[in-house]
Ligand binder design. Structure first.
Ligand SMILES: [Cu+2]
Length: 215
């Protein structure tokens, strides 16, 4: 006796896999995707284990496609998620966190405006949190700045609501935590170590920024 419901869902699942898999995905990515669709975590891990040497390149290709402006938007997001999932599984299998770190940093970078060299005012670099206007709200301005080692950034809350932001530990060179910054208040941090500091507001998840500290 054929189980009709089971048959239909198997067909639907394979259609889903076909439509969701990038047309030029490699065999490794394809089989990883299939294992993911089946929620077969053991299989996902074994695919990564068997192809350990090829995975960083595999992830790089996915990231390049994800960051290519000519790739359609949903496909970009989808590839980014897949790259992150493969890199996370790679970390679980190899204990090497660098691949995942790279993916997360690149994904974060895509949401920022291009980095600008910030000029200090009275010894401080100012990042403003402006009042909302018709186009924007809950932003850091500028959201991506380059400063020099030993310099200080002052975040000034000119908004009418509070914000609370901190460096994302997994991908940043070091940490800072503003705690709650009330309207008309500010937070200062002196950057002693060169590197990249990615930060987010805990109250507004899309509110992000980055400070690049140069030698
Ligand atoms: Cu906020």
């Amino acid at each position: 006796m054929i189980n009709f419901r089971g048959f239909v869902s198997a067909i639907l699942l394979s259609l889903y896999i076909l439509s969701a898999t990038p047309s030029n995905a490699s065999e490794i990515t394809d089989s990883f995707m299939e294992a993911r669709q089946m929620s077969n975590i053991l299989k996902m891990k074994s695919i990564i284990k068997e192809n350990k040497e090829k995975i960083p390149e595999e992830v790089n290709v996915l990231m390049e496609e994800a960051l290519n402006p000519e790739t359609p938007k949903e496909e970009r997001e989808w590839r980014l998620l897949l790259a992150e999932l493969i890199a996370r599984t790679y970390q679980e299998v190899t204990r090497d966190a660098n691949l995942l770190k790279g993916v997360k940093r690149k994904a974060f970078n895509t949401k920022l405006t291009p980095a600008v060299i910030s000029s200090a005012t009275e010894g401080l670099h100012i990042v403003e949190i402006p009042k909302p206007d018709e186009n924007t709200k809950n932003i850091f301005k500028p959201d991506n700045t380059i400063i020099k080692k030993g310099e200080t950034v002052k975040w000034v809350n000119n908004d009418s609501v509070e914000h609370k932001f901190a460096a994302v530990a997994a991908i940043s060179e070091g940490s800072f935590d503003s705690k709650t910054v009330e309207p008309e208040n500010s937070f200062e941090f002196k950057f002693e170590n060169p590197g990249e500091y990615f930060y987010i507001c805990f109250i507004h998840q899309s509110m992000i920024g980055k400070i690049i500290v140069e030698e």
